[in-house]
Design a protein around this ligand. Structure first.
Ligand code: PNS
Length: 167
């Protein structure tokens, strides 16, 4: 357990692949920004499978959407989340919980992260009901098959997805 005092202001990390950012993510980030002094959206660089968007694009999209929110920061990370959280002196990990199906994976991850760094607390937040069925994976599938994702992702993400489909 770390004995260092955290810096002034409570920093929460919201980690994920964000490939791409959805309105479900936006909802959680806004809730986190109200709850904590600062929220750091941490975009995983090596998102195992081939991501649709490079990390730099994913970061830029989040930055653009939250450019008017001074307490929302965006960065990339690789390696263990707990190491990154320690480096940033964050005290909280934020994760969204949409449905019971998320629970097992999130529970395992939260307890593993607690094993690795007991001082880091995971906080789960539920997005608004209209986003409980949303995932980046489904967005990509719908877009690749020519479906409409209007209202499910921020307008600039929708535009980027459209460009990708046309390319
Ligand atoms: O949006 P995702 O893909 O569900 O996010 C998963 C993420 C990035 C939170 C998770 O894969 C992660 O923390 N990866 C970093 C590596 C790590 O620390 N693994 C051990 C966690 S138990």
């Amino acid at each position: 357990m770390t004995t260092q005092a955290p810096p002034p202001g409570r920093l929460a990390i919201y980690p994920g692949s964000f490939d791409p950012l959805t309105n479900g993510h936006v909802d959680i980030i806004l809730r986190g920004a109200r709850m904590f002094d600062r929220i750091l959206v941490a975009v995983l660089v090596n998102a195992g499978k081939q991501p649709m968007f490079e990390a730099v694009d994913r970061v830029n999209m989040v930055r653009e959407v939250f450019r008017e929110y001074p307490n929302v920061e965006v960065d990339t990370f690789g390696g263990l989340l707990v190491d990154y959280a320690r480096e940033k002196r964050a005290t909280v990990i934020v994760r969204g919980l949409r449905a019971v199906s998320d629970f097992e994976y999130e529970f395992q991850m939260a307890l593993m992260n607690r094993h690795l760094e007991p001082a880091l607390e995971t906080v789960f937040m539920m997005p608004a009901e209209q986003y409980t069925y949303l995932s980046s994976r489904l967005i990509k599938e719908v877009v690749s098959l020519g479906g409409d994702v209007h209202g499910l992702v921020p307008p600039l993400v929708e535009a980027r997805l459209r460009e990708r489909r046309q390319a």
